[in-house]
Unconditional design. Structure first.
Length: 256
C-alpha cells in the first residue's frame, strides 16, 4: 500500500486530474481521502481563477481594433477619504497575461497579495503610470473634477500612448477613444491592474503621512472617516493634508 507521505507528494505535484486519483476516493484511510479533497478544492479554485482571467481578457479584447492594439486601464483610489490625495493609475498590459492569474479589483485582495501583484504589474506591463492629485487641488476643483483630471494626466504620463482607454466609471477627455466602464475593476483586467497600482500607491503615501502626522493614524485608516479618525480630528483639528471642503473637516476648519 502506498504511503500517505508519497500520496501527498504526488498530489502536490499534480496540476490536473489523473487516473490514479480515482482509487483515492475509496481508500480506507480517512487522511488520504482528505488529501484528495484538499487537492480538489485547490484545483477547482485554480480553474475558477483561470476562467476569471480569461473573462477579463476577453472583455478587454472587445476594445481592440486589431490584435496589436494597446488598451490602457485607468482606476483611482481615495475619492472618499477626509484626508490625503486621490491616486490614479494607468496600465497597458502585455498580450500574454498568463502571469496575472488572480489579478482582480484591489478591494477583493488582501494587502500582502496586492503588494505582490503591484510589483508584478510594474515588471510585466507594457507601460504604467501613477498620478497623485493633492488635497488642495481636490478642494479647488471638487473631488469629481480632480479625479477626472488625475486620470487624464495618468494616461498622458504613459511612456507609450494607448489606442484605447478603459476607465472605471469615468468619462474622460482624451485624444484616443475612451470608455467609461461601470464596475470596470471587476470586469476588465487592465482596469483591475490599475486599481492595484492606485491602491498600493495611495496606501504607501498614507503610511508616509502617518509618520509626519502620527496623531491621526493615517497608516491604519488611510484617511477615511473611521471612528478613530473622527476622534483624532476632534482632539487635534485638521492638518495640512485634510480636505477642507469635506465634512466634518469643513466645519472644523471654519471654526478655527
Amino acid at each position: 500500500m502506498e504511503t500517505i507521505a508519497s500520496i501527498k507528494e504526488k498530489l502536490l505535484k499534480a496540476e490536473s486530474h489523473e487516473a490514479w486519483m480515482e482509487g483515492l476516493k475509496s481508500d480506507s484511510r480517512k487522511s488520504v481521502r482528505q488529501l484528495l479533497a484538499s487537492w480538489q478544492r485547490r484545483y477547482d479554485k485554480r480553474l475558477s481563477l483561470l476562467q476569471d482571467l480569461e473573462d477579463k481578457q476577453a472583455f478587454d479584447r472587445q476594445f481592440k481594433e486589431h490584435p496589436g492594439s494597446l488598451v490602457a486601464g485607468i482606476d483611482e483610489a481615495g475619492r472618499g477619504p477626509l484626508a490625503g490625495p486621490v491616486v490614479t493609475a494607468a496600465v497597458i498590459l502585455p498580450e500574454d497575461c498568463s502571469a496575472f492569474i488572480g489579478l482582480d479589483d484591489s478591494k477583493r485582495i488582501g494587502k500582502a497579495r496586492r503588494d505582490e501583484l503591484a510589483q508584478l504589474v510594474k515588471a510585466r506591463a507594457v507601460s504604467w503610470s501613477v498620478h497623485v492629485q493633492p488635497p488642495e487641488v481636490i478642494d479647488r476643483l471638487n473631488i469629481y473634477q480632480a479625479t477626472k483630471q488625475s486620470m487624464e494626466a495618468a494616461v498622458k504620463d504613459l511612456a507609450i500612448a494607448p489606442d484605447a482607454v478603459l476607465a472605471d466609471a469615468m468619462e474622460l477627455a482624451l485624444p484616443m477613444p475612451s470608455e467609461a466602464i461601470i464596475k470596470g475593476d471587476a470586469r476588465s483586467l487592465c482596469i483591475a491592474a490599475a486599481s492595484i497600482l492606485a491602491k498600493t500607491g495611495r496606501d504607501h503615501l498614507m503610511a508616509e503621512y502617518s509618520t509626519q502626522y502620527p496623531q491621526y493614524g493615517f497608516a491604519k485608516h488611510a484617511g477615511y472617516g473611521t471612528k478613530d479618525h473622527l476622534a483624532a480630528l476632534e482632539a487635534h483639528g485638521p492638518c495640512p493634508i485634510h480636505r477642507k471642503t469635506f465634512e466634518p473637516v469643513k466645519t472644523m476648519a471654519e471654526g478655527l
